[in-house]
Design a protein around this ligand. Structure first.
Ligand code: AP5
Ligand code: MG
Length: 210
């Protein structure tokens, strides 16, 4: 099963991807994580991506599409995969259509008023990428999954979040109609707790795989 997780910044894509990946043994492919890894390793792609990510803009389609095309042909994707944060433009979706057959698009629908707090309070594990929120960490500075150190993403500040939201509305939100027209869209309201959201997704995935 090949799945796409669609949604605004802070909708909870990474949070749910981690749960789905554990429960359904699907590799989690996050273009944001791939770019951050490249930035950490100071690769050519990393240097390019950083100039866009720091401003809350999208990395050019050609670069992003090539990364995904190369990733989904790896052996671990043979039985399916989950894309988180890709596609993010109509051009990316059209490029993906040429190389993949998508079975389901989960659109995580979140109230914009919740996003700023979610993102500015997010802490991420340096090692496994797990996301936390300061309000539930009780002062912990390490990951409860793997023990890695937690950090705050550079693009999780009010100014950059504003521009990420504007970019989402302009360039990514049109994908909701794109996938609806293809009959692939499943809407999940993600204003509730991560557990509530996961329950709704799991119900859909269970019925889907039967
Ligand atoms: P990316 O890393 O994909 O960031 P994003 O889309 O902005 O999404 P986030 O990771 O910020 O949010 P999320 O939905 O994963 O939320 P999370 O689960 O962590 O992309 C970063 C940048 O890379 C882009 O801006 C762009 O520059 C570039 N890029 C990436 N892909 C690209 C592409 N395809 N094309 C071009 N450029 C690309 O949750 C957020 C917080 O909320 C956490 O603190 C979490 O604990 C909390 N939380 C989650 N769920 C809940 C809940 N239900 N209730 C309460 N709190 C919750
Ligand atoms: Mg994410």
């Amino acid at each position: 099963m090949n799945i796409i997780l669609l949604g605004a910044p802070g909708a909870g894509k990474g949070t749910q991807a981690s749960r789905i990946s554990d429960a359904y043994a699907l590799p989690h492919i996050s273009t944001g994580d791939i770019f951050r890894e490249n930035i950490k390793n100071e690769t050519e792609i990393g240097l390019l991506a950083k100039s866009y990510i720091d401003k809350g803009q999208l990395v050019p389609d050609e670069v992003t599409c090539k990364i995904v095309e190369n990733r989904i042909v790896k052996p671990d994707c043979e039985k399916g995969y989950m894309l988180d944060g890709f596609p993010r433009t109509i051009a990316q979706a059209e490029a993906l259509d040429k190389v993949a057959k998508i079975d389901l698009v989960i659109n995580m629908d979140v109230d914009f008023a919740l996003i700023m707090d979610r993102l500015c309070g997010r802490r991420v594990c340096k090692d496994c990428g797990e996301s936390y929120h300061v309000t539930t960490l009780n002062g912990a500075t390490t990951c409860s999954r793997c023990g890695g150190e937690l950090y705050q993403r550079k693009d999780d500040n009010p100014e950059t979040v504003e521009s990420r939201l504007a970019v989402y509305s302009q360039q990514t939100a049109p994908l909701i109609e794109y996938y609806k027209a293809k009959g692939l869209l499943f809407n999940v309201l993600s204003n509730g707790t991560p557990e509530e959201t996961f329950e709704m997704i799991a119900k859909k995935l269970d019925s889907f795989s039967k």
